[in-house]
Design a protein around this ligand. Sequence first.
Ligand code: ATP
Ligand code: MG
Length: 416
Amino acid sequence: MIAAIRGTQDILPGAVERWQFVEATACRVFEQYGYAEIRTPIIEREELFAKGTGETTDIVQKEMYAFTDKDGERITLRPEATPSLVRAFVEHALEQGMAVPKVYTIGPMFRRERPQKGRYRQFHQLDVEVFGVEDPSVDGEVIDVAWTLIRELGITGVELAVNSVGCPDCRPAFSAALVAALGGDVARLCGDCQRRAVTNPLRIFDCKVPADQPVIDALPHTVDYLCDACRAHFDAVLRYLDLFGIPCTVSHRLVRGLDYYTRTTFEVLAGGIGAQSAVLGGGRYDGLVRHLGGPDRVGIGFAAGIERLVLALPDALALPEKRPDVFVAALGDPARESALALLRDLRRAGLNAQIEYEGRSLKSQMKRADRLKAPLVFILGDDEIARGQVTVRRMAASAQESIPRETAVAFVKANR
Ligand code: ATP
Ligand code: MG
């Protein structure tokens, strides 16, 4: 037996219905808000993420599935969707065809992390992005999309955290304040944090090492160092959330682990799904499009982890039961061809009709119908065929009746 790779999962019938529900709900909500789907490749040039996600991030430094292709090109499995969507936005000049480029994508991402509950090496994201709108009402809209998605999925017990990380104008003063506040404590922090203190001090807030937390909790807050424009933007975002009736808390720890985030950051945490409780996270990335060689356009978006959303779904989810509309049974070999023709007619009419492929006895066929939970069974034998009739058994009542063959499709439609 060759087993699946560590950190990957098969999503089997019985579990996949919840995935289908999450994906269908997401598409419905995103389309309702005017977002258009984009599908981008799973493999991209490594430099797209080195530049877009950031050279100093754990994702790029440790977690990418990157390799040299046979022609010498450096390629990677994508670890996140945003840089790909920015690339597509620039490469296809999407702003020329779309009044407001509002896009979403759904698909697998790959990061070589330590697998655990809610954390995998192949995982799946729903990703939403808006390009070119600086007005804080779009921050409000994007968070509202995320909030509506959570509500439509029936997920309760969630918390929205928001923050502002400022912009290139106010960030240097904050970074300096951070380093000053850390002072000699840097030496007491973990190795990663010591590295972050030099390369990107803001990332220290990402640290999950328990021993580091008391030092980190005492650090200054980004919101106290915002320039006037960033302050006004953040206040407006909070006002819109209030207007939309979306409760939130301001979390100074929320800096996101990625280089290109500016101003608004947000995260939704779900209770009861274990330590990996962030079901979605996002924010603004006003410098990314230009950084990736595009025009000077701002951007904002979020990514939700489907595995974690599925974990957070209510247990008693009212998913439509999957069962056939009708089962077709044949009495004896000659009737089998008539049964197959009836099966075809039912299917062409859009009905879910099933048959037993190999079991020939009526008993084994009825057993299969029962296992499939078919409410109706059509029985065709030589008798029925001679009379142009079909015998109908209603499984719930175990009652039987006879109907004309040509009314069979209409009968199922009326009795579904
Ligand atoms: P975390 O702090 O949990 O590592 P992150 O900051 O790396 O999250 P993002 O890169 O913003 O997360 O991705 C957005 C969402 O994707 C997360 O909120 C989470 O739901 C999901 N996600 C990220 N990494 C994984 C993973 N390895 N396995 C499953 N889901 C993931
Ligand atoms: Mg992570």
